[in-house]
Design a binder for this molecule. Sequence first.
Ligand code: FAD
Length: 412
Amino acid sequence: MAQDPVIIVGAGHAGFQLAASLRQHSFEGGITLISDEAVLPYQRPPLSKEYLDGKIGLDLLLMRPEAFYRDHRIDYLPGTGVSEIDRVGKTVRLASGERVGYGHLVLATGARNRVPALPGIELDGVAYLRTLAETDLLRDRLAAANNVVVIGAGFIGLEFAAVARGSGKSVHIVELTERAMGRVVSVPSSRFFAEAHRRTGVEFSFGAQAARVAGRNGRVDHVELAGGARLPADLVLVSIGVVPNGELAAAAGLAVANGIVANEELLTADVNISAIGDCAAFPSRHAAGQPTRLEAVQNAADHARCVADRIVGKPHPYGALPWFWSEQGKLRLQIAGLTTGHDQTVVRGTVESGEFSVFCYKAGALLGVESVNRPADHAHARRLLAAGRAVAPEEAADMSFDLRAAATAKAA
Ligand code: FAD
């Protein structure tokens, strides 16, 4: 089994890492890595940061140069969509009609932009930020724009806003909920980031719904809010989240429920098919075993390593601690653990200083830690959470409490 060919659908962080890890583990079978994007595998996080800002070029975005794939006998098929899985025959059909056989199939299909059903959404000047092609287009558009409206105050919307404002554009963010990054961060962090963006001149409309994108001569002219307000815009970034790419799996009869359903080893109901990365919904031990779908490089890469271990005969349940980061202008946010559902927050340091960590608890148990410009806290938090060590709220708040010692203490 270990030497049967592996086909990987999707060459993002998860798909690429799986191919690389298999070869690191001396896997000798064939590896076919298939991408419907027409470029070599690349990193997504810089798209909304250094790449968009022009600080780095494509060379630094690529996971590896072309020779890597040749040298590691990874058959990379760019610009090739997989359109069907035949689970009985153990083949996939490519968009060209060709069929390719597998011993094990790994779905690493990621996610795509959520597109709102708004009148005018098809107008020229409405943009997205998920792929390299979209980012190249957006970069050109940004250079020529004056008034930018961002729909959605999540990580990507805020990262983009920081770059746009940094290049002198007027930026207005429209957010349906009452706060920034509300789906993923605590109230203190959320408030701090909104305030920091405001200080640079970014405007926010919270609790506001974009009702229509209006145009003139086919080009976007303004965004109209549900209350009737009009925000002038010659560029609109839509960043309201993503939809996992589960259609290929669903059409093959595999369960899909906010992601392709996988077990604790990231196997689907078919023992010959795994699902990893943004497209996979798996029972996370950091979420009390609840089905969890994460959108993070750590998750994608660690999923891949877990599946590579299984393919080479060393299966184990997936248990890596989730962590995330975001860079918005000069601010760096790092999150360890999953903080959803917390009922208590404790701030270590002071929000006013711009260097602080928010410890998030549920029923007295530490769920996760958000660190703003405090990388050491983040590193300690990762160790604490991975080891399941307790830090009481009063200890977390006490700056004289030695977090490092707690994180590195030997288990009793
Ligand atoms: P993806 O990277 O989405 O790759 C999936 C690939 O599969 C895509 O290329 C897709 O086109 C392809 N595909 C889908 N269906 C098919 C098919 N049928 N046939 C062939 N190919 C197919 N995470 C962080 O942790 N920190 C950050 O700072 C951060 N910043 C980000 C900034 C941006 C702009 C974006 C978009 C994401 C960011 N993320 C960040 C999230 C992170 O990039 C994702 O979690 C990660 O890319 C997930 O990897 P993946 O391989 O699961 O999916």
